[in-house]
Design a protein around this ligand. Structure first.
Ligand SMILES: Cc1cc2nc3c(=O)[nH]c(=O)nc-3n(C[C@H](O)[C@H](O)[C@H](O)COP(=O)(O)OP(=O)(O)OC[C@H]3O[C@@H](n4cnc5c(N)ncnc54)[C@H](O)[C@@H]3O)c2cc1C
Length: 477
């Protein structure tokens, strides 16, 4: 009688223990269980903790997000993962009472006109009433509905060029640059519209005008979606106890079926027969059938250099910007401004030293004790890299001065911390999608190797999850 065949485990390595890597590992485990496949999975993380750029911290009675603080729900991967992790009940909506955004104009915070969707005014009356624009600027914006659509619909275009062409320079300078540039911490003259907000290019082609498109679509959209201003805050959510909840749940589920090696950077990858050989910083080598690199592209490029110099060059071609957040806790009585919004964005033309202030505890309940507020002030980004050279003390000083000038913040904060994100924000420049297509076709020629992360097809939390999960699905095919 012959021995029953022993199934060899499928050996998978995930490199990078941020949201993309943990999502990839979690999905590999889920799918392997569903298929009855024996799996031997190791996740390698360079630092002592998993979570990457995401961290929630308790500081006294404050709950402070050091990285991402919410995510969009109209991209399903975020909510869907929370459901599978059994934490969907933890998700809370943003606070209705403060659901609006402010933009700085001549040194003073002014409300973003109601119904304004990132770069398109959906409602006329709030624009007409707004002190944000001159009458000439308002007329130029209104003229958009009479402008013909650009003939070639497949060309990429920068955000700045598009907004200038459709609505004029004033809308770009006074509102779109800080709103959209703030999300991507990017220079709008370089930011690819097709890679970031393709729906506006599609609307131009389909309706001939964005104003006409908003009218046509407004009737279809729910009242809830339309009630917010600025970056559609009505569509954002976060777990009650912070974004870290998602990372903790992911980590626990991955740990139950795989090995997590923290403090263990991978320094090289080589192809040997049908295997991938990974070497750690302390010189150990291990063989795997498949590898997912869930890293920033400049880190992935270093690892694939010996496998494919062309792929490494394309990966290096995606630029990154650095930024910092100064998080601080204040007594509301120390602040002149009512902070009746989710945050304040600051146009370049205002020549300030910070790019945005998020009123963190106005967005979600439970972030600050009664009578207090958490502010997150953003510094740096692609247009202010020189600010990253400030020491922590200098940065805190700059932020105190700016918060005092713009919002009337005074007194000693309860706490103040600087969190730095060096080379962490991928820049989706014009031509980004072509570069990503080239990267993807080269990776397809390397069986068992996959890439994941927020540098390819979306920068946010749901994008990172979707990217990690898609990489997992591909290696198991
Ligand atoms: C300041 C800031 C605010 C943000 N706010 C929001 C927000 O509100 N909403 C939203 O949706 N998104 C937000 N984002 C984006 C979101 O945080 C990211 O999309 C997401 O966290 C990316 O995760 P990742 O796993 O791809 O990358 P990372 O978090 O960078 O993870 C990569 C991991 O790889 C590890 N690593 C690196 N090299 C190696 C190596 N050689 N070997 C092993 N491990 C290695 C790193 O230590 C790290 O843990 C924000 C980002 C920043 C920086």
């Amino acid at each position: 009688m012959s021995e029953p065949a022993i199934q060899e485990p499928y050996r998978v390595a995930v490199v990078g223990g941020g949201l993309s890597g943990l999502s990839a590992a979690h999905r590999v485990i889920e799918l392997s269980k569903a298929d009855g496949r024996t799996l031997d999975l190791t996740l390698f993380e360079a630092t002592p903790r998993t979570g990457g750029m995401i961290a929630t911290k308790r500081i006294g009675d404050y709950l402070v997000e050091l990285g991402a603080d919410s995510f969009i729900t109209n991209k399903p991967a975020g909510v869907e993962l929370c459901r599978r992790l059994g934490i969907e009940d933890e998700l809370i909506p943003t606070e209705d009472a403060w659901r609006k955004s402010l933009v700085l104009r001549n040194g003073k915070p002014v409300e973003v006109p109601e119904g304004f969707m990132l770069l398109s005014p959906a409602k006329v009356w709030p624009i007409l009433k707004s002190p944000l624009f001159s009458w000439a600027g308002k007329l130029r914006m209104g003229w958009e509905r009479f402008l013909p659509a650009k003939k070639t619909s497949t060309d990429d275009e920068s955000l700045a060029s598009f907004v200038r062409r459709r609505f004029g320079q004033e809308l770009l300078d006074r509102l779109v640059q800080p709103l959209v540039g703030g999300i991507y911490t990017s220079d709008p003259e370089k930011l690819s519209l097709r890679a970031t907000l393709p729906r506006f290019l599609e609307q131009e082609q389909e309706y001939g005008s964005l104003i006409k498109a908003s009218r046509a679509q407004a009737s279809k959209r729910s009242a809830a979606e339309m009630s917010g201003s600025g970056a559609r805050y009505g569509l954002f959510t976060a777990p009650k106890h912070g974004i870290q909840t998602i990372l903790d749940a992911l980590r626990e589920q991955v740990k139950a079926s795989a090995t997590i090696r923290s403090n263990c950077p991978i320094v090289s990858i080589e192809r040997s027969d049908d295997n991938w050989v990974l070497t750690t910083a302390n010189g150990e080598s291990e063989n795997f059938d498949a590898v997912i690199l869930a890293l920033p592209t400049h880190k992935a490029a270093e690892l694939v250099q010996s496998v494919s110099a062309d792929l490494a060059e394309d990966l290096h071609g995606i630029e990154y910007a650095s930024s910092a957040i100064v998080v601080s806790g204040h007594k509301l009585s120390d602040i002149d401004h009512p902070l009746d919004a989710f945050g304040l964005v600051i146009p370049e033309i205002e020549h300030r030293d910070v790019i945005a202030v998020s009123f963190s505890s106005r967005k979600f309940p439970g972030r600050a004790p009664d009578g207090k507020v958490v502010l997150r002030t953003f510094v740096g980004g692609a247009m202010h890299s020189e600010k990253m050279e400030l020491t922590d003390d200098e940065m805190k000083k700059v932020v105190r001065r700016e918060l005092g000038d713009m919002l009337g913040v005074s007194g000693e904060p309860d706490f103040e911390e600087v969190v730095r994100y060096e080379n962490s924000m991928p820049q989706y420049h014009v031509g980004h999608l072509e570069r990503v297509a080239s990267i993807e076709s080269q990776v397809a020629e390397l069986p068992g190797l996959e890439l994941a992360g927020n540098a390819y097809r979306g920068v946010g939390i749901p994008d990172s999850i979707a990217s990690g999960e898609a990489a997992a699905e591909r290696i198991l095919k």
